[in-house]
Ligand binder design. Sequence first.
Ligand code: GLN
Length: 231
Amino acid sequence: SITVGVLALQGGVIEHIALLNRASTSFPTITFHFPEVKTPEQLSLCDALIIPGGESTTMAIVARRLGLFEPLREFVKINNKPVWGTCAGLVMLAEEASATKQGGQELIGGLDVRVLRNKFGTQAQSFVADLQLGFLAEGERPFKGVFIRAPVVEEVINGNGKVKVLGTVKKPGEEEDIVAVRQGNVFGTSFHPELTGDVRVHAWWLGNVVEALSHKGKEKGLVVGRGKLDG
Ligand code: GLN
């Protein structure tokens, strides 16, 4: 079986678990567990992790208090387990947060990017945009990205060429912003696929989790029907 935890210190936890459950039906031969993670012990049982949206300063304070920062860093950067951060979760997975717009809190890191928090303004300036994500098949309908006090990737840093941009958004009168990135085992999105009824990002990411684990030999001999989730 495969255990995919959702970090449950604060933020949109149950929405992710609901979409993971739906996405898991794409893999009928695999048993999944989707526990909430609040302690280092619970984290140690996970094969992969989602860090949800919410408020990254608060999340960082709680993670520090619970002794989760070092285990999280080990999970992401030493054990190289698959991790996906949405919105505040993307902030947590960045190596740097810009000092403006409330940067400066403790980060887990793993993505060689600098994020700019709250790029599009306040809650009232939330918006939905059609996104062409790098892993959607050509001609597939775009993904409705929900942006709520969202961060963007302001810059790819450290120049190692490992960061792949998988999605951008262009608001009228603004320059194009990077809103989805992947670096090896670490995936980050500015937007909230868990707040849409659209299971495609969760299904694609779960496919990557399954693949990463089959390479490690955990799920030997898995036959995975991925169809158009491929990529
Ligand atoms: N603005 C929040 C932060 O910077 C993120 C908002 C969200 O997760 N929806 O942490």
